[in-house]
Design a protein around this ligand. Sequence first.
Ligand code: ADP
Ligand code: MG
Length: 556
Amino acid sequence: MIKKEFKAESKRLLDLMINSIYTHKEIFLRELISNSSDAIDKMYYRALTDENITFNKDDYYIMITADRDNRTLSVLDTGIGMTKEELEENLGVIAKSGSFAFKKENELKDGFDIIGQFGVGFYSAFMVAESVTVVTKALGSDQAYKWESEGAEGYTVEPVEKESVGTEIILKIKENTEDEFYDEFLEEYRLGSIIKKYSDFIRYPIKMEVTKRKLKEGSKNQYDEIKEIKVINSMIPIWRKNKNELTKEDYENFYTEKHYGYDKPLSYVHISADGAVRYNAILYIPEKMPFDFYTKEYEKGLELYSNGVLIMDKCGELVPDYFSFVKGMVDSEDLSLNISRELLQHDRQLKIIAKRIKEKIKSELIFLQKEEREKYEEFYKSFGRQLKYGVYTDFGQHKETLQDLLMFYSSKEKKMVTLDEYVERMKEDQKYIYYASGDSIERIDKMPQTEFLNEEGYEILYFTDDVDEFAINILMNYKEKEFKSVSSGDLGIESKDKEENEGNENKEVFEYMKELLSEKIKDVRPSKRLKNHPVCLASEGEISIEMEKVLRAMPT
Ligand code: ADP
Ligand code: MG
């Protein structure tokens, strides 16, 4: 038998493939299963367009069989199969996708979600296999063929016997080496979990023989091992289901199943978009902060699926940093399965999806804030800080998005309020939004500066978080009202301010004090703002006294 060589480019690509495109070896199984699913899809399509072919859903499945003794793993499908020519074309030339061609030829659009299109997935099998055998019989053909390859060296094709239409891919799994472990790809438990992880929502049953233990009759501790064929995947993903058919419990179960968090989600959003980019997404706002949330280890991102097949665990491009607490997933048929991290960053579709997701999260949060204040306060306790960080990072370019989500403790309401609520009830002649910074609400309450404004009936926002004042300095104003620290010299309350500068009887005392403290202060002035305190500190510049403290404490 003549061994045919792969085309030159193919050789190089194969090498690249095995060594660098995929970071996790386990994804070979995802690729093979996706190909099988494509092959069944094609069968289904043929049945739709050719009345001589019937498609009985029960006859279509994917079967995974591991044989530990012979070190083989087989992926069998009852799909459309390949002719000899197709074998040579599709598997002999790397980066040649028969599926892509099929899609184009048949002008398939909506509803036909064939996954393959790059023509490289199949070769990922060589990451775990020392040789790959493909036995296949095409629809409408009498002869079956066997394709065999040990990798870069080339491949052979020969006729074989095979009863039914479809394809079986048999991998001879590599031996373990000192630093690479391959045995796991022969273990049913491990295989099951890989299938669950990546291919849970393939639309056809993925079957596997599993071993179950059953108590021996009449025995209390002796078991019989029984082999049983089990369908591993759950097939219909919750995000493809109609929102009206789903209950809150369904969404909460999905959250738990997916290990998005140990808490219950505070709320969720289900998007089914049919516009320029088609995608489904389920987003969750967690109730509690993950224990590692404010550490470097925490990685933001959503699960990314292409047509029901998981391609990334945490796609960071899908959520902005300030919403890094959001959990969930996105599935789009407009994304390519083999897409790599680098390619993703430039993906236009992905950017459109990310923008929509951002808007959706914001409107969900605004909804909670307005309609379910308690929940929002709970959320804000965990993640408010993240929003405030968001305001001042990236040169404040997200402030428009975030300012309505902010809340601060109000001297008047004795609870958290939004900036909008504050501005709505400002006094008629009030120029500024007043704020006071300090370690705690109790301490701010006792500040001489707040005492005055409180007694005059002005509302003050209390800043107890380090980042508060930074965020506000970036915002500068809200609804055209400037922010003003209670420690600032000019509070914009006219009558009082004027009087202050008039009391000059004790000029000499003040001059003397100023001289004594010249290193530490700029000026000493009489004040009518004081109630129970003899003296208070005020600042004139942009930076308040509290903020100076924070800045000084920061590592340089
Ligand atoms: P892609 O799936 O991106 O097209 P692959 O390298 O995974 O690329 O597969 C190459 C081609 O081989 C497919 O497009 C398809 O035409 C053919 N093929 C692979 N596996 C099967 C299978 N199980 N049944 C039928 N055809 C297959
Ligand atoms: Mg493929």
